[in-house]
Design a protein around this ligand. Sequence first.
Ligand code: GUN
Length: 293
Amino acid sequence: MILLDGKKTSADIKEEIALEVRELKGKGYKTPHLAAVIVGNDGASITYVNAKVKACERVGFESTLIRLSDETTEEDLLNEIAILNVDKDIDGFIVQLPLPKHIDEQKILMAINPDKDVDGFHPTNVGKMALNLPTFISATPFGILELLDRYNVETYGKHVVVLGRSHIVGSPMSILLSQKRKVGNATVTMCHSRTKNLKDITLQADIIIAAIGIPEFLKADMVKDHVTVIDVGITRLPDSSKRNGFRLVGDVAFKEVAEKAAFITPVPGGVGPMTIAMLLKNTLLACKRKNQN
Ligand code: GUN
């Protein structure tokens, strides 16, 4: 079994980005600049956004963190986005999800300038992704493609089973892996909460992408030998033995599935760290595109 080490791979990618940033600066180009907007006080979201900002510093990007209170109105947030959309110094920005209930998420995502949408959530960018046109691929699917690529996991003609149909992971992942691309050309089956005979399907999979948010859902008796397993799940389970009071659990019963797997991602340290590296990659791309114009 080979562990798909997202921590190490993301560190490699960040090093590559840092090198490119130094080269850009050396040639007199501007420093890439990412802004992140967060509304409210959700602990996990704050942790993620802080990690994104810290990663910017490490690779030599500039970053701006905009923290807005729980009471922020939809109009206030739209105003903030309008400012970021035209700010010449900001190459890309993200609005951390989930948003408080009183704010319409889709309306917010639609308001982001697609050229600065480094999350790749705007319908224009989702459409381009679906048509296999150059765009920002969202961080989690992009990170999974990169991980499969760097570990030379064969996808051509393989049967990939995607568990989950979310807009952020399951849906784009199933589209991307079926496309004609370097990591792609797979036969994809997408499963979700209404799928019947799920185990019959997962037992046929060469590669399983688990993105349903149910801790340790995928068990050893649901996979065949030499399967590749990508675990996107990351649930905080209360654990009084931990200093922070919780432990992170994926969608895969790691220990038992790892015994049958050819490749598998750990949780934490698998897909999670990759997403930040890919967000940085998209920001660098946004900056370089701007330089070209
Ligand atoms: N919440 C969980 N994942 C993400 C992400 O990739 N981007 C944003 N903006 N919010 C998230």
